[in-house]
Design a protein around this ligand. Structure first.
Ligand code: GTP
Ligand code: MG
Length: 191
C-alpha cells in the first residue's frame, strides 16, 4: 500500500476536495486507531501515536494508492478532556458523519481485552442506523495469551451484536492480523 498524508481538517471547508471513497477509523481514545493506520500502511509515523489518550484532535486524511482515503479521527470516551474541546470535537465528527458523501465504511476499533463499552455500542448502533458498513477490529491482541483470543473476540461479538466472522483481531505492535483486514477493506470498497 502506498500511503501519503493529505491534510488535517477542523471543519468541512478543510476537507480534501476529491471523489475517492473514504474509510474512517473510529474508537475510544487510546484504543490504537493511529497505530492501526500505521501498521496497515506499513509506515512508522504516518499517523501520530501517543502514550496518553486524546492525541489525535483533527480529522486526518491519508491517500492510499490514489484509489481511496483512510481517515484518522479523535477518539471518543476520554473524560479528562475539557468540555469545550469535547463539544468542538463532537461537532467536528458529527459534521463529518452526516455530510461526507465520500464515506463508504467505518472501521470500528475496540480493545480486545475488554467487552465493548457503552460508547462503543452507541457508536455502532448509530452507524447501523445510518446504514454505513462496519468492520470491527479488536486491537492489542498481543496483550492476551493466544489460547484466550477467540474467547475475547466472542465476548466482543456478543456485546456489540456483530457476528464473530466480522470481527478481526490485530496487533499493531506485532503486525499480525492485517492481511485479513486489508482483504475485507478491498471487498467493502468493491476493488
Ligand atoms: P487517540 O488519538 O488519543 O484517540 O488514540 P489512538 O486510538 O489513536 O491510539 P494510539 O494509536 O495513539 O495508541 C495508543 C497507545 O496504545 C500507544 O501507546 C500505542 O503504542 C499503544 N498501542 C496501539 N496499538 C497497540 C497494539 O496493537 N499492541 C500494543 N501492545 N500496544 C498498542
Ligand atoms: Mg490517534
Amino acid at each position: 500500500m502506498n500511503s501519503t498524508f493529505v491534510t488535517s481538517a477542523l471543519n468541512a471547508s478543510q476537507w480534501p476536495d476529491t471523489d475517492l471513497p473514504e474509510i474512517v477509523v473510529v474508537g475510544r481514545s487510546n484504543v490504537g486507531k493511529s497505530s492501526f493506520i500505521n501498521a496497515l500502511c506499513n509506515r512508522k509515523k504516518l499517523a501520530y501515536v501517543g502514550n496518553t489518550p486524546g492525541k489525535t484532535r483533527m480529522i486526518n486524511f491519508f491517500n492510499i494508492d490514489d484509489k481511496w482515503m483512510l481517515v484518522d479521527v479523535p477518539g471518543y470516551g476520554y473524560a479528562k478532556m475539557s468540555k469545550s474541546l469535547l463539544i468542538q470535537m463532537g461537532n467536528m465528527m458529527e459534521e463529518y458523519f452526516s455530510s461526507r458523501h465520500q464515506l463508504k465504511a467505518v472501521i470500528s476499533l475496540v480493545d480486545a481485552r475488554h467487552e465493548a463499552k457503552r460508547d462503543d455500542i452507541d457508536m455502532i448502533s448509530s452507524l447501523k442506523e445510518k446504514n454505513i458498513p462496519i468492520i470491527v477490529v479488536a486491537t492489542k491482541v498481543d496483550k492476551i495469551p493466544k489460547t484466550k483470543r477467540i474467547k475475547a473476540l466472542k465476548t466482543i461479538s456478543q456485546s456489540l451484536q456483530i457476528p464473530l466472522r466480522n470481527i478481526y483481531g490485530v496487533s499493531s505492535t506485532e503486525k499480525t492480523g492485517f492481511e485479513d483486514v486489508t482483504q475485507k477493506i478491498y471487498e467493502v470498497l468493491g476493488f
